[in-house]
Design a protein around this ligand. Structure first.
Ligand SMILES: Cc1cc2nc3c(=O)[nH]c(=O)nc-3n(C[C@H](O)[C@H](O)[C@H](O)COP(=O)(O)OP(=O)(O)OC[C@H]3O[C@@H](n4cnc5c(N)ncnc54)[C@H](O)[C@@H]3O)c2cc1C
Ligand code: SF4
Length: 336
């Protein structure tokens, strides 16, 4: 049985208390924990060995959803994935987010796992998501305890894969995140929360708490999230396709954002594919052309489930499926 390493657990009850606790401890030895569904297994494998954890579960300020689709939503980073996937406003107005949250892992993990934890979840790699002894047997790797990347041995960076289901959706929706820490508070586009680096994959300080996600008004956007994984019952994505589109009454696309998950160390915005949709109707030819363009920036490596050639091919297939789904769904209600 794998056991957790020893650590102190600090349980502030307010956001300001959490910030004080973080200010009093060395960020290099301190981590935040919400549901713990990713962090605790990782700690058991000694991928992380913090001296103290700051628990976020008792902080009520980060557990509420406010706002409406006309003005935008504020979603507390401490809300569980079950709450998000069942919330009537999210289901009705931001269905791609409800879908993505509802496809994470299993019901038990969604009851514990939070949206903040999902957006900050560690990157993954076959050479890293292993027990300490397995990793020791290969001489460890650059992401933890070693200095070589076994996926790309000549590389100076880590290529572990961004595997959050909700992150691509947040980019497609153009969300912002509020970060609060000992250095103060800031609001950043969710795009800036991610970096294309398997080790330093977050563009936030270690001691910043993701307190809220701000979603813009729905404003006529239609959206969808598609997830490809080995087992439908539960598994991390081997491909996520998040798409948000606005279509005029005659079916012409007036705005588009396509984002791919699980193909790099960061969610990948398929900008060329998105741009080429604008000003066109979603005919089969236009959809195929966009899928072809989205296929190009996706560069999966041989470090997650299934063959990389299959994963790459599936980008074309599933971007096309996602766009066909969006072309067929009824128009969202006009902005009210
Ligand atoms: C078997 C299994 C299957 C899984 N399948 C999936 C899957 O299909 N898709 C998927 O996306 N994930 C999956 N996960 C990963 C994980 O369960 C989810 O990503 C979950 O949402 C993580 O949320 P959490 O609250 O449990 O995060 P935690 O485990 O508590 O934390 C995860 C990371 O986020 C940081 N963190 C947590 N909350 C905050 C915050 N508010 N502000 C700043 N940093 C924070 C922590 O410091 C830690 O680094 C799986 C995990 C397991 C064990
Ligand atoms: S991509 Fe390379 S450095 Fe990163 S976790 Fe995998 S083997 Fe380690």
């Amino acid at each position: 049985m794998l056991r957790l390493p020893p650590f102190s657990y600090l349980a502030p009850r307010t956001l300001s208390a959490a910030v004080r606790v973080l200010a009093d401890h060395d960020p290099a030895e301190t981590m935040l924990v919400a549901g713990g569904t990713d962090l605790y297994p990782n700690m058991k494998r000694r991928q992380f060995e913090p001296r103290q954890l700051v628990g976020l579960r008792h902080i009520r300020e980060i557990q509420a959803l406010t706002g409406d689709p006309q003005h935008g939503l504020s979603i507390g980073g401490g809300m569980t994935l079950t709450q998000i996937s069942h919330h009537p406003t999210v289901v009705a107005a931001y269905p791609a987010l409800a879908t993505a949250a509802g496809l994470v892992s299993t019901p038990q993990l969604r009851n514990m796992g939070t949206i903040g934890g999902n957006l900050c979840v560690d990157t993954r790699c076959n050479y890293y998501n292993q027990t300490y002894w397995w990793r020791q047997a290969i001489g460890f790797c650059m992401k933890k305890d070693g200095d070589t990347c076994w996926v790309a041995p000549g590389s100076t960076r880590c290529w572990a894969v961004s595997s959050s289901d909700t992150a691509p959706v947040m980019l497609a929706l153009d969300a912002q995140v509020r970060l609060v820490g000992p250095q103060g508070e800031r609001l950043i586009p969710v795009h800036d929360l991610y970096r294309d680096d398997g080790i330093r994959y977050l563009g936030k300080r270690q001691d910043e708490i993701l307190t809220h996600i701000l979603l813009p008004p729905t404003d006529g956007w239609r959206m969808h999230y598609f997830k490809l994984r080995r087992r439908e019952a539960f598994d991390f994505p081997i491909l996520g396709v998040a798409a948000a589109l606005r279509l005029a009454n005659d079916g012409t696309c007036t705005d588009a954002r396509l984002v791919l998950g699980a193909v790099a160390s960061t969610p990948v915005v398929a900008s060329e594919a998105s741009t080429q949709l604008i000003g066109r109707r979603l005919t089969p030819e236009v959809i195929e052309a966009a899928a072809e363009m989205a296929f190009k920036p996706a560069k999966p490596l041989d470090n997650t489930d299934l063959l990389l050639s299959y994963r790459k091919k599936m980008v074309r297939v599933h971007v096309a499926r996602t766009l066909r789904h969006l072309a067929a769904v009824p128009s969202p209600p006009p902005r009210g």
